[in-house]
Design a protein around this ligand. Structure first.
Ligand code: CU
Length: 177
């Protein structure tokens, strides 16, 4: 019986570790093109589901670009980088999405925001369903819209696996005591 208990307990630990790894996603802004003037960020963002606990990673050549977080929709629309909440310039900058809601980013280099180097994202609750990217934006490419959806399904199935493991632990405890 002691061996049974340890077996189920280690299953639960493995479940916890793999679920944590699957739910906290890193979104490399712009995908393989990165944070660059030529990237279509609206199209990229429409294929992603941003959840609380995830991270944005801005990859670019330091000195050429920067990352400025803007405080409002109007600052975003007008490329008003003077009202910046935060500014990053390392070239490999992680931004944690710590609560649900809209956030706005732009490049701080003169002229870049105006030529489209800006990003608006909406963060949803950690357990919210994935964006139905295939039905809402038929124009976006298939490869960019399918991968986040399948990642979301994977994390949900890991979640239900965890529930199963927790149930197994309870059953094994009842058997032991
Ligand atoms: Cu730039």
């Amino acid at each position: 019986m002691q061996g049974t208990y340890r077996f189920f307990f280690s299953l639960v630990l493995v479940g916890l570790i793999s679920t944590r790894g699957a739910t906290a996603a890193q979104h490399v802004v712009g995908g393989s093109q990165g944070w660059d003037e030529s990237t279509d960020f609206a199209s990229w963002a429409s294929g992603q589901t941003f959840r609380v606990g995830d991270q944005l990673v801005f990859k670019y050549t330091p000195g050429l670009h920067s990352v400025v977080e803007l405080g409002s929709e109007s600052a975003y629309k007008n490329c008003d980088v003077s009202s910046a909440l935060n500014s990053l310039n390392g070239g490999n900058d992680a931004v944690k999405l710590n609560k649900a809601g809209d956030r706005y980013f732009a490049c701080g280099t003169a002229g870049h925001c105006g030529s489209g180097m800006k990003l608006k994202i909406t963060t949803v609750a950690a357990n919210a369903p994935s964006t139905p990217a295939s039905s809402s934006s038929p124009s976006s490419s298939g490869s960019s819209s399918t991968s986040p959806t399948s990642a979301g399904q994977e994390s949900r199935s890991l979640g239900s696996l965890l529930v199963l493991m927790a149930a197994s632990l309870v059953i094994s405890l009842v058997l032991v005591f």
